[in-house]
Design a protein around this ligand. Structure first.
Ligand SMILES: [Zn+2]
Length: 380
């Protein structure tokens, strides 16, 4: 059972996962995933679990031959939903016998293609300031050269892994080495190496370079809001949300800091937050936020938002008061708060890299309707 040091490697994988998962600079909520593999087996974070708490026996084991076969197989080129369902079925069928109660991460196919034994996929806001920056591709080339692969914004899962596979082949035929760092536009970073220590050094290198090249930082200094004004806005939001929450009383959290209040100064200042930067923002905050210039507009604008978008807002921004996060429970509201702050941080960092660049509507729609993401959202 432990001929190739599997147990020790899975223990190291769990430690690495907990270290990054527990540090909000690298990943939030149920975001990110990690893996370890040998010649025949790959162990990856299951979908809907959290890097912060995963243990050595918590990973999903998958046979690599099955994963290799998925990328060679022909799937329905016209019916995206059918393709995704078939890929998922093939991936589930590749699980090792002791992992049948787990669903491997949506990025398992990409982990399988990465050259290192260990791979970490994370969503640091500092990195995403670059990947969500209008000048991202040229700035990445300038800072990191050929040692880093840039992948343009693309549908996650099978489609992304296929694109990466094609890019690897192109690099191979051009005689270029396989990079150990991949930057995914509007998404995050993959780092791959033969040990967690090497992953740490590579990631540190990227973070330090970005930090030096990003003099504009998020402004998170807390701003006190006058209590009666805050209470009034919260009451109006509670009244509006009440009829859209199916179970119990919604949890409403509030945040106000210099950075987010500045972005709520008017419709124009709010543009960087007007649509999502990465899939996690859609998963935890929904695709759009409701922006109000005054709390007195809440009832009417809330109803209009629901009829225009088909869902209730999870984030409501009120000028001079701050952002409100509405959840069916505490966890949902807290995840929305964390990912909203992440979006605000990315907006700030992106100003160092050509200004904010959001996901396209097509990509956002794909995430909204992707079964894999609704599964993930349900779990964490
Ligand atoms: Zn990701």
């Amino acid at each position: 059972m432990n001929m190739d040091g599997r147990d020790e490697n899975l223990e190291s994988l769990a430690q690495m996962s907990n270290r990054y998962g527990g540090d909000p600079r690298y990943v939030l909520a149920g975001g990110g995933n990690t893996s370890w593999k040998n010649e025949t087996e790959l162990y990856v974070k299951p979908s809907g679990t959290s890097l912060a708490t995963i243990r050595a026996d918590g990973f999903a084991g998958v046979g690599r031959a099955g994963l290799d076969a998925i990328l060679k197989r022909q799937y329905d080129p016209y019916d995206e939903a059918k393709r995704e369902a078939d890929v998922l079925a093939d991936m589930m069928a590749s699980r090792l016998p002791w992992s049948l109660d787990r669903r491997p991460s949506v990025e398992t196919l990409l982990h399988n293609l990465c050259p290192g034994a260990f791979t970490a996929h994370l969503h640091p806001s500092l990195v995403n300031g670059l990947t969500c920056g209008a000048d991202g591709p040229s700035r990445a080339r300038g800072m990191f050269g050929d040692g880093v692969m840039w992948i343009e914004a693309y549908k996650p899962g099978y489609a992304l892994a296929s694109l990466y596979s094609r890019k690897l082949e192109e690099r191979g035929s051009a005689g270029k080495p396989t990079p150990d760092v991949i930057l995914l536009q509007n998404h995050g970073i993959f780092v791959t190496a033969d040990s967690p220590g090497e992953i740490g050094s590579l990631l540190d290198g990227v973070m330090k370079t970005l930090d030096r090249n990003a003099p504009i930082k998020p402004r998170r200094d807390i701003v006190a809001i006058e209590p009666s004004r805050l209470a009034e806005a919260k009451k109006k939001i509670a009244d509006a949300t009440q009829k859209h929450v199916t179970v119990g009383v919604p949890t409403i959290l509030h945040a106000a800091n210099a950075g987010i209040l500045e972005m709520m100064a008017d419709e124009n200042a709010f543009l960087p937050l007007s649509s999502p930067f990465t899939p996690d923002h859609v998963v935890y905050c929904k695709a759009r936020f409701l922006y109000l210039e005054s709390a007195s507009e809440t009832a009417g604008r809330y109803t209009r938002f629901v009829s225009e978008n088909g869902y209730a807002p999870r984030v409501i921004c009120v000028r001079n008061v701050g952002a409100f996060f509405i959840g069916q429970d505490e966890r949902q509201a807290r995840n929305a708060a964390e990912l909203f702050q992440d979006a605000a941080d990315i907006a700030a960092y992106s100003r160092n890299f050509g200004g904010p660049l959001h996901m396209t509507q097509e990509l956002t729609d794909f995430i909204i309707h992707w079964e894999a993401e609704s599964y993930r959202q349900k779990m964490v």
